[in-house]
Design a protein. Structure first.
Length: 605
């Protein structure tokens, strides 16, 4: 067999192995449904539970990376703390070694008679046939998934056989043997393990390839051990990738996988090679078998967890030191931590903490609106991504606060406290909607760049006025809510009315510009989208202000309060309206423009 043919045969075996493992793992996850995720974040209250659960879940889904990526997602969503995640990731490192033992089945070979029924070929064939029958001839989704598991297992076994069969003739090849013996250099072996696993994106696959190579008899403990050390580090690559775009704590959790295996490599490798330097270890030159590879892999991972388990807090501090808190994320996390469960027995304190948290939500919404509106004139992908990220944070605020306030509402409160809770429940929805409209403006800005849409100079000037008025109304609504200033909140409704008027005028002006050919037809929808979102921002600010005003009243009905304010329009209202009309006036067109627009209107009629 030529070198090229051998390499292709090995690669074919690796491809079958990876596909089989993916098919089997995905089938297992679908059969389990969402139960694995629920179990993971509900039953990890202590590190030891996390380790046991991580090992069990990973043994089921056959992927430590998948388990760790779930954990990163939970931490990013705020459902799990870093310390809980560390325990699960440690357990996942143990659970992934189970695959090596399953792969040992591929080396069972019965020679004749009843023993032949236990051969890999027979087992794989039976499992594959049953899997195909379930996949093709049943209608229930559950049986389809079980069929995928069985077919994936069979393909995995065939892949292992393909790799083993391809490398078996190489045991007499001196060049091949010399390459494998070069791995006895610990640093080279660790590096090979890291690179190979980083490429395959699977520790189980790397161990499987090492097991296949062991059938040549050229793999000794001295060359296998450093490769296994490197495999653990290389397996952290997909987990680290999953941390991209997540919050700081999720990034730290992703880093835990790398830190855990690096420390395991340094400690276990360091102890072994220091001892080997002074003591003659008899099994160091022993030729490895697939079973021995699986045993070494499992023992190494268990020993690593045993050594590092007492230092879970230290590992948490280490990853926190390596990845610093960002100021904004630190503030947001501090807001969520205000909603302590133990405060629920003291409604006054729970309400006070909720108010502080909502203030943080309000600041986030205000900043996101400012960030989004600036993109109309100055778009950038980094700003767009930041708006998207903060919108997710606002959703998280609404979820946390809504749940907490509902629990507060079930406690025994006086009338004033009940009104405060009602006010908060009303306003968190409005603050979240402010974030939605910021997101909408960001999408409009992105569309303008992608479709090369430009407004006329007059349109941009009008948008600048509306933007300034919108940012001011948000500032008034937020600041009055934060300090419970009902007098300041009364300034919101006159400004909302004026914003509605200039938005209507701007729409009318834009139609005129379209008729005059100053703007392209394709700008019409985009311009109206922007105007509509500015109007909705003002409307939600009006709701927030009404809730702030009515919190001091004897009843609580936001819509009635807004109607009352609009109906009365006392002297203070009229003065405020006039002030805003002067401050945020749309620039009047010159006489020539007026005449041209008048002619256009007449011709249109």
């Amino acid at each position: 067999m030529s070198i090229i043919t051998t390499v292709l045969a090995i690669l074919c075996g690796v491809a079958l192995f990876l596909f089989g493992m993916s098919l089997m793992g995905n089938g297992l996850q679908r059969v389990a449904g969402n139960s694995l995720e629920k179990v993971l974040f509900k039953l990890t209250s202590t590190p030891i539970k996390g380790v046991l659960l991580g090992a069990a879940v990973t043994a089921v889904i056959q992927s430590s990376s998948a388990t760790s990526v779930m954990v990163v997602g939970f931490v990013n969503a705020g459902m799990m703390q870093i310390a809980q995640g560390i325990g699960v990731i440690m357990g996942a490192n143990i659970g992934t070694s189970i695959t090596g033992w399953i792969l040992c089945l591929s080396y069972i070979d019965g020679s004749s008679g009843i023993a032949s029924l236990l051969s890999t070929a027979t087992i794989s064939a039976v499992v594959a046939v049953i899997g195909v029958i379930l996949r093709l001839f049943t209608k229930h989704t559950k049986y389809h998934n079980i069929g995928d598991i069985m077919v994936g297992f069979a393909i995995l076994m065939v892949g292992m056989q393909q790799m083993s069969g391809a490398v078996a003739p190489l045991k007499d090849n001196e060049n091949f043997v010399s390459i494998l013996t070069a791995f006895t250099n610990p640093l080279l072996g660790i590096l090979v393990g890291i690179l190979f696993t980083a490429i395959l994106q699977s520790a189980s696959a790397s161990v499987g390839v090492l097991q296949a190579l062991s059938v040549t008899g050229a793999i000794t403990f001295q060359s296998a051990f450093p490769i296994i050390l490197g495999i653990g580090i290389g397996a952290s690559v997909p987990v680290l990738i999953s941390g991209i775009g997540t919050n700081t704590n999720a990034k730290r959790t992703a880093l835990v996988y790398l830190v855990n295996d690096m420390l395991g490599c340094i400690i276990c490798g360091g102890i072994f090679y220091i001892v080997a330097a002074f003591v003659d270890i008899p099994f160091i030159s022993t030729s490895m078998t697939p079973v021995m590879i699986a045993l070494i892999n499992t023992v190494y991972r268990i020993v690593t967890v045993i050594l590092l388990f007492p230092f879970v807090k230290a590992i948490e501090k280490l990853v926190c030191f390596l990845i610093k808190d960002k100021k904004e994320e630190s503030e947001e996390q501090a807001d969520f931590e205000l909603l302590e469960e133990r405060f629920l027995t003291i409604p006054e304190l729970a309400i006070s903490q909720s108010h502080k948290c909502i203030n943080g939500m309000a600041r986030t919404a205000q900043k996101n609106i400012s960030r989004a509106t600036s993109m109309v004139d100055d778009y950038s992908e980094s700003k767009f991504n930041k708006v998207c990220k903060k919108e997710d944070i606002l959703d998280k605020y609404e979820d946390h606060l809504g749940t907490y306030l509902m629990r507060v509402s079930k406690t025994q409160m006086d009338l004033k406290q009940s009104k405060q809770v009602s006010k908060f429940l009303h306003t968190i929805g409005d603050f979240e909607r402010l974030g939605d409209h910021a997101m909408n403006i960001a999408f409009v800005s992105q569309t303008m760049v992608q479709k090369d849409i430009e407004f006329s100079e007059e349109a941009y000037e009008e948008l600048d006025v509306i933007k300034a008025a919108s940012e001011e109304i948000v500032d008034i609504a937020v600041s009055s809510f934060q300090v419970d200033d009902a007098n300041k909140a009364t300034q919101v409704e006159p400004l909302r009315e004026w914003i509605g008027k200039i938005c209507d005028n701007s729409r009318s002006n834009h139609v005129t510009r379209l008729q005059a050919g100053q703007c392209e037809i394709k700008t019409g929808v985009v311009f109206n989208d922007l105007i509509m979102n500015y109007e909705r921002i003002a409307a939600h600010c009006s709701n927030i202000a009404a809730a702030t005003i009515e919190a001091d009243q004897s009843h609580f009905n936001t819509h009635e309060m807004i109607s009352e304010i609009r109906h009365n329009k006392d002297n203070d209202y009229q003065f405020a309206y006039k002030t805003y009309a002067e401050k945020f006036a749309l620039e009047e067109p010159d006489e020539e423009k007026k005449k041209r627009r008048s002619r256009l209107k007449k011709s249109a009629n």
